[in-house]
Ligand binder design. Structure first.
Ligand code: MN
Length: 732
């Protein structure tokens, strides 16, 4: 393997078929023939930049796929991969001629080919790589794309220098790392060397020249040292194949960059590979080498015990050679060597002539990685590999500037807006996807270009919580709403205090100025004046308590006396109201608010189990109505809050409900009805009956029930009684 940019042998249909037959003798090759002729027909008349017939390109791509020993659909896709994009052939035609599986593969490759990635920073490059992996869904699409890119890079010399640089940079940033991640070292190294040739021309040709100049010398050296190693190994009965080669250019380039050394200071450009029968022999061979040559400290790596994230296994060491030079040595088994060449493809199992992407063994590939990398020192490296599978769920979309954002499955334009910036999310009024206006609940697909339309007057709404998918967007919307509600409570609280204080002849703004208002803070558990207003606004603290702190006792007494005179049962009422409030507070949860005073609307008297809505009232917490209550619908919708029954504490509360029973006017019926109600475990607070002219009776019961199901139970029990015509719950 001299250098690593050796020219590939000319590709042909025959060569492909022979290769496939060598690793898969029973394969039916008709489909390969058919695809070849289909593509040849479609591309007829087209030429490449080199002036050669276009068909050479797909043929070479298919040949590379056969080198990787891929399945027949992959090879057929290699032949067809440019037909949909570059010829009159359609996807429907391909599906009709070659089946759904192949049509999907061709479609996948076509979609990837339509994208260009301009990388500006490493993080973006990583996102692009993830995007490609996620979009491909089927790993074969990526293998075809890599082979396509390899062939394009091999023939890059025919393009203009600007295009050469753009394509080479994209390849280096995106495709070579993907090849590496999938463990396909052959393609990875060739891509890197080709990139070097176009991105660092001078370096590349200087190195190539130097290697060419010392070719004879080096070949002799490789041969001599190879023979010595061979001999030493057989002394210890180790069966081994020893091969020597120049290291790939890009790794030398990287090493020089890393160590900041000059060309002449790079000596270890030569590597030996020793392939043995089993793992024990690997370590035995290592012992023999280290006994014969002094190892360079810190250069031994055991990728057998600790495989690389892409499943690569081998022992690596560097020793001081016979002339004082550094020699890199890799030791591995035949199986490991196959994995090193073919990566992910080497792990795959065939099923009826094709890779079974769902086969247990193929799923196990990922599981095995999990097992191996339990104690890997760099967890990120491992994750990146496994994510190939996990990414399939994610959505990757473009910003108008061509950056990629990674969102979770089902994400909407709103999620995207919040991923860009909270300010963009809060002001979002609409979105354009691929230049078309879409609804906010549109589900984004990988590859979409998204542009957010904003308006300065927009604010987030509660309904958005039902649209967004990401927890980030949800949290941002919630915090906005919470802040807004707090602002409202603050305003309201201040207003209430102002009015109340006025009735005692005091001015709030004067108390604010003198700082006296602060006196009430400890009572409300508030640290600041603002917090005090918020507490009053939410109804967390009653104004009475605040007044106690701010209004002289004398003035309060006076007012209390007046109130007492006005209504003797004043205290009792206050006491009852307080008791009811604390019962209600336990029964209801208000969204985004804790510890709020709750009152039930007298108009509709909701029962646990009823659909309910809440309204923030002036200084009296939240009032709760049934969802259908007409009074509630008339209420100020601005003040509306979401409320829910707190079902665990339902039992603690008893609610008065009126029911009306229409029956025949028969003796003993009232007693029967009362008995029925009591037997349901329900207390009757009062009962009233009157008869009508047409010999019917209307009974009104005031009963105490805990929840709607208890009410339903008693209703149907009553309806089951002979003589009862109908039973109704009376609201308001
Ligand atoms: Mn192509």
């Amino acid at each position: 393997m001299e250098g690593s940019v050796a020219k590939a042998p000319p590709a042909s249909l025959e060569a492909i078929c022979n290769k496939v037959a060598s690793y898969y003798p029973e394969a039916k090759q008709d489909l390969i023939h058919k695809a070849y002729h289909f593509a040849d027909e479609a591309h007829r008349g087209q030429v490449r930049s080199s002036g050669e017939p276009y068909m050479i390109h797909p043929t070479e791509v298919a040949q590379t796929l056969a080198d990787l020993k891929l399945d027949i659909p992959s090879i057929v896709t290699g032949l067809l991969h440019d037909t949909v994009e570059d010829t009159h052939a359609t996807l429907e035609q391909i599906e009709k001629e070659f089946g759904k599986d192949i049509a999907e593969l061709v479609d996948g490759v076509t979609k990837l080919s339509k994208m260009t990635f301009k990388t500006t920073e490493e993080k973006q490059a990583e996102n692009f790589r993830k995007m490609i992996l996620a979009m491909a869904k089927d790993i074969r699409v990526i293998l075809v794309k890599l082979s396509d890119r390899l062939n394009n890079m091999r023939t890059l010399e025919f393009l203009n220098p600007l295009k050469q640089k753009v394509i080479a940079q994209e390849t280096l940033d995106i495709y070579a790392p993907i090849a590496n991640r999938l463990g396909i070292r052959g393609i990875k190294m060739e891509l890197e060397d080709l990139c070097l040739r176009y991105l660092h021309k001078e370096f590349y040709y200087k190195l190539a020249q130097r290697i060419a100049k010392t070719k004879k010398e080096r070949e002799k050296y490789l041969e001599d040292l190879g023979a010595v190693l061979d001999e030493k190994l057989s002394e210890y009965d180790i069966q081994a194949t020893v091969t020597g080669r120049a290291k790939h250019f890009y790794s030398i380039f990287k090493k020089m960059e890393r160590r900041k050394v000059d060309f002449d200071q790079v000596h270890d450009t030569i590597a030996f590979r020793i392939v043995v029968d089993n793992i024990t022999e690997c370590y035995k061979a290592l012992g023999v080498i280290h006994a014969g040559y002094k190892p360079v400290p810190g250069r031994f790596k055991d990728y057998i015990a600790m495989p690389k994230a892409n499943a690569y296994q081998s022992l690596h060491t560097t020793v001081i050679g016979p002339n004082g030079e550094r020699v890199e040595i890799q030791i591995r088994t035949q199986d490991m060597n196959i994995v090193a060449e073919r990566g992910i493809a080497a792990h795959w199992k065939y099923k009826e002539g094709r890779f079974d992407t769902r086969a247990r063994e193929n799923v196990e590939w990922v599981n095995r990685l999990l097992e191996w990398h339990k104690d890997l020192s760099d967890p990120n490296e491992f994750l990146e590999t496994v994510k190939i599978d996990l990414f399939a769920e994610d959505v990757f979309v473009f910003t108008p500037k061509g950056e990629v954002k990674q969102l979770s499955h089902g994400a909407t334009p709103l999620d995207f807006a919040y991923a860009v910036h909270t300010g963009v999310g809060n002001k979002c009024v609409g979105a354009k996807v691929n230049d078309k206006i879409v609804p906010l609940k549109y589900r984004l697909k990988s590859g979409d270009s998204v542009e957010i339309i904003t308006s300065p007057s927009q604010t987030p709404s509660k309904d958005w919580l039902k649209i967004v998918k990401s927890s980030r967007a949800k949290a941002k919307i919630r915090s906005y709403i919470k802040q807004q509600e707090r602002d409202r409570a603050l305003e309201l609280g201040r207003e209430i205090l102002e009015t109340t204080l006025k009735s005692f002849g005091l001015s709030l703004s004067k108390l604010e100025k003198s700082g006296e208002i602060e006196k009430a803070c400890p009572r409300a558990n508030a640290r600041t004046q603002e917090e005090l207003y918020v507490a009053v606004g939410y109804g967390r603290i009653s104004t009475d308590l605040v007044i106690q702190e701010l209004v002289p006792e004398e003035a309060r007494e006076k007012k209390l006396e007046a109130a007492k005179a006005e209504d003797q049962s004043f205290l009792k009422r206050v006491f009852n109201a307080a008791k009811k409030r604390s019962e209600a507070r336990n029964a209801i949860t208000v969204e985004h608010l804790d510890d709020v005073l709750i009152r039930f609307g007298k108009c509709c008297n909701p029962l646990p189990g009823d659909g309910i809505i809440g309204f923030i009232t002036r200084g009296r917490g939240v009032s709760v109505h049934t969802a259908t209550c007409t009074k509630a619908i008339d209420n100020d919708q601005e003040r509306r809050v979401d409320v829910q029954w707190n079902l665990t504490s339902n039992d603690a509360i008893k609610r008065h409900v009126k029911i009306r029973v229409l029956s025949l006017d028969e003796p003993g019926l009232l007693a029967l009805m009362s008995q029925t109600i009591t037997s349901c475990g329900i207390n009757i607070a009062s009962a009233n009956i009157r008869t009508t002219k047409d010999k019917k009776a209307i009974a009104l019961f005031d009963v105490e029930v805990s929840n709607i199901s208890q009410l339903q139970k008693v209703t149907s029990a009553l309806e089951g009684k002979k003589g009862v015509i109908n039973v109704e719950r009376i609201q308001s």
